[in-house]
Write a protein that binds this ligand. Structure first.
Ligand code: ATP
Ligand code: MG
Length: 368
């Protein structure tokens, strides 16, 4: 990995009127194109950390680098224009229209009117806002629409770095999930370097490449990928913060194609019954998958094969649980526990047989 896009080096923030530290010797590196999510209880220094990155606050000690240069050596106004910022309360200007709000930074940068107009239109489409909203004022929008405008405004001048302070905080869970999905889609294309603040651990797990878990007093408890944090919380605070269902949350992050799937007992329709019974015996099952030229036909039971000569004479039955490469292990687990067989067939691209998945394999991943 090269030079990180954002680097905090032993940063301390003490407000003059406070005895406790807001941020306590914080070191963090955020790679270009990654989303780092700061989570932690109220007052743990998330907003303060963010504001030090674009110099709305200054560190008491320590250094912060953005794209290789020390923020304290840069002109704060210039610096801020190069960093998109979604503030905690959205903060749209109430007496300016939505179009004017979105155009704030491009206007400050002196873009030509036609370029601004095109950019606003592009963002309106990206965030699925309707054109008719552009001439309205923030007070005439729904909460979810306002939040999208806040994010669109921060992206307007196409800055490489985005700071997003609880950008989807003030909406109901369904709208929030939609905004999250939409933003993940957009980020997939734009590959911004993002610092994202939330106090919702599930939002953090969903949005983050890396999560920084902060504690009251501004101390960093753990900084790692969601999978690693769920696999191995650094301490009791982290464990409590990530809450119940740690194993299930972790399974939701792992795709079936990331694990080794066992082939299981497999026969082809031409195999003799004798051969089929041998295969079942090897695997300690009384059934086998029937696969013809790579295609899964179903499964056959030893008990139905008496008097037959080949496995193909038995009618294959459908597996009651199917999973594909794209399913998460959590989805696989759900289909397993609702099927009678406790075995799911894993298929790629339609019916191409890949193997079988059972509870043992999944629980190994939970512990892994
Ligand atoms: N301007 C200020 N002057 C004095 N203390 C401040 C100031 N701004 C923040 N603080 C204090 O610094 C600490 C961290 O505040 P900060 O806003 O960074 O928390 P936060 O993690 O963003 O919390 P929340 O989840 O509630 O938004 C708090 O104890 C807060 O009271
Ligand atoms: Mg805050």
């Amino acid at each position: 990995m090269g030079e990180p896009m954002i680097r905090l080096e032993d940063v301390v923030k003490r407000f003059s009127n406070s005895r406790t530290l807001a941020v306590d010797h914080l070191s963090l590196e955020i790679q270009e194109g990654e989303t780092a999510v700061l989570v932690g209880p109220s007052g743990c220094g998330k907003t303060t950390t963010m504001k030090m990155i674009n110099r709305l606050e200054e560190p008491t000690s320590g250094k912060i680098f953005v794209d290789g240069s020390d923020v304290m050596s840069q002109d704060p106004v210039q610096l801020r224009r190069g960093i998109g910022y979604v503030i905690q309360t959205i903060g749209l200007m109430p007496h300016r229209t939505i179009a004017q709000n979105i155009a704030t930074v491009p206007q400050l940068l002196g873009w030509e009117d036609s370029r601004i107009k095109d950019r606003v239109a592009e963002l309106v489409e990206m965030f699925e806002l309707r054109d008719e909203l552009l001439t309205r004022y923030p007070g005439e929008l729904s909460g979810g629409q306002r939040q999208r405008v806040g994010v669109a405004r921060a992206l307007a001048a196409d800055p490489p770095v985005m700071l997003m302070d609880e950008p989807f905080g003030a909406v109901d869970p369904i709208v929030r999930a939609r905004l999250q999905d939409q933003f993940l889609d957009i980020q997939d294309r734009l590959k911004k370097t993002i610092v994202f603040v939330t106090h919702d651990i599930d939002e953090a797990i969903k949005m983050a490449d890396r999560i920084a878990i902060l504690n009251v007093g501004g101390t960093l408890e753990q900084y790692d990928t969601p999978k690693e944090i769920l696999r191995k919380p650094a301490n009791g605070f982290v464990e409590e913060f990530i809450g119940s269902e740690r194993g299930l949350k972790r399974l939701a992050l792992i795709k079936v194609n990331e694990i080794r799937v066992e082939e299981g007992p497999v026969v082809s329709p031409e195999d003799t019954v004798q051969r089929a019974l041998t295969v079942m015996e090897e695997f300690g099952t009384s059934w086998a998958s029937v696969v013809d030229g790579g295609e899964l036909l179903g499964w056959v039971d030893a008990g139905t094969m008496h008097g037959m000569t080949t496995a193909g004479e038995a009618t294959p039955q459908r597996f009651s649980a199917y999973v594909t490469a794209e399913n998460s292990l959590r989805e696989a687990l759900d289909s397993l526990i609702t099927s009678e067989t406790q075995v799911a067939a894993v298929v790629w691209e339609g019916q191409r047989y890949r193997g079988i998945l059972n509870l043992d394999q999944i629980s190994r991943e939970i512990l892994g």
